[in-house]
Design a binder for this molecule. Structure first.
Ligand code: HEM
Length: 395
């Protein structure tokens, strides 16, 4: 009886739905292909621009054509195509991705945040929100201004100078710990510079003295330095996988990743709580100007913003929530750590490849600073050293 009453067969419903989905996909795909018409274009099945993933995938034409992406031999790709604009289309996304080698185009995009809004719905932005909302995934405009407003004052001359002095101190710790006080060969440059940079960020931006070598123990928590470095190198798992899945995974590496994440969260929370306590205690004794000085590092600025909102000194719309303070503390460590460590690593590697430039830099440092360590004030007198760092960054 029931089947007689059904006017539309289930197969017909499924067929119609399938046709609708396929039609929509085809419409989007053709629209995107039309948009890139005339440009050198690489087609793939998935979007492969998440940098952690793309370098690890095998070359498979149309599915993961990693060799055609602009990551490998980028200059050759633009030169061969005789253009500074390349297009990438994906069968699974309703938009094209463009890569440019033109600095004016890049500058124009960076300078017009209202026109070129961030695609904050994308996985890369949504995924980092799991550690709290922060400046990187905040949409351009009011939301971004609110995050930036809190930390803006931290990026003046003062923090650069502190960063410089801290780097000189960290360099001396490195020489001592690596047995290089009387010269020698620095091994595992990337790992060593990751440790050095963490000392600098910890001290200059968070007012925390991390140890150079962390003691490996079987404790329930990892030391902060180990935890953050493992979280950074395992982002490919940390971002998509839930913590419980990694915790109960049969793979020891994933279980370590989970431990690293739990440890990192606990340590960052402790850093925030301890600075809050310190700031609240100091507020009673310091003048308004002195209080501003305690907010000149990133952790100080983040914590002060929350206290000011709670005390009604700042509007809710100008401060950050607890979740956002954690998110920003996390992102500032991650954004500042590997970027700086890898830039220094590449700069050293390039100097090893160009020993004459290295020798010229040594001469420049000797003529300007003599036997002293260079200070922040020497920077403008070290054009070759500065140009070498710029060139390493450009490359
Ligand atoms: C050589 C070292 C560095 C390099 C190469 C570098 C590179 C970059 C790049 C390319 C962006 C733009 C990303 C985008 O818009 O998609 C960016 C943004 C950012 N960087 Fe760095 N960075 C370095 C050091 C640092 C340091 C030391 C910190 C913090 C202490 C930091 C914190 C940030 C933050 C918070 C953003 C997001 C800014 C915003 O959305 O307004 N970076 N960085």
């Amino acid at each position: 009886m029931m089947s007689q009453r059904l006017l539309v067969q289930p197969e017909a419903i499924i067929g119609t739905l399938f046709a609708l989905v396929l039609g929509r996909w085809l419409y989007n795909y053709l629209r995107v292909r039309l948009e890139v018409l005339g440009l050198p274009t690489t087609h793939s099945l998935f979007e492969l621009f998440e940098s952690g993933i793309r370098s690890k995938l095998p070359q498979t034409p149309f599915v993961s054509p990693v060799a055609s992406l602009s990551l490998q031999k980028p200059f050759e790709k633009y030169a061969n195509a005789k253009t500074d604009l390349l297009a990438f289309t994906q069968a699974t996304t309703p938009y094209a991705v463009y890569a440019t080698a033109n600095p004016s185009v890049a500058a124009s995009i960076s300078n017009k945040p209202a026109k070129y809004v961030k695609p904050v719905r994308m996985f890369r932005y949504q995924a980092i929100n799991r550690f709290g909302r922060q400046i990187v995934s905040a949409q351009n405009g009011e939301e971004h201004k609110r995050h930036k407003g809190v930390v803006r004052a931290c990026f003046g001359k003062e923090i650069m100078e502190t960063g410089w002095t801290t780097m000189v101190d960290a360099y001396q710790v490195m020489c001592r710990e690596e047995g290089l006080e009387n010269g020698g060969i620095l091994k595992d440059v990337k790992e060593v510079l990751a440790k050095v940079t963490l000392l600098v960020i910890g001290s200059a931006s968070f007012g925390v003295q991390f140890p150079y070598n962390s003691s490996t123990s079987e404790d329930a928590l990892m030391p902060f330095s180990d935890a953050i470095q493992l979280v950074e190198t395992s982002m490919i798992f940390q971002l998509p996988l839930p913590l419980w899945l990694m915790t109960w995974s049969p793979f020891p590496y994933l279980r370590r990743c989970a431990k690293a994440q739990r440890s990192m969260v606990k340590h960052i929370n402790e850093m925030i709580a301890s600075r809050r306590k310190q700031t609240t205690a100091l507020q009673a004794t310091l003048s308004a100007d002195e209080q501003v000085l305690t907010q000149r590092d990133i952790l100080g600025a983040l914590v002060a913003s929350q206290i000011q909102v709670e005390e009604g000194k700042k509007k809710n719309t100008a401060g950050l929530t607890a979740d956002e303070i954690f998110g920003n503390a996390f992102i500032f460590i991650v954004a500042g750590h590997t970027t700086t460590a890898h830039t220094l690593t590449f700069a050293l590697a390039l100097m090893a490849l160009y020993p004459q430039t290295q020798e010229d830099i040594v001469q420049e440092l000797a003529s300007v600073c003599g036997d002293e360590y260079p200070t922040y004030r020497h920077m403008s007198k070290l054009p070759l050293t500065l140009a070498t760092m710029y060139e390493a960054l450009r490359l």
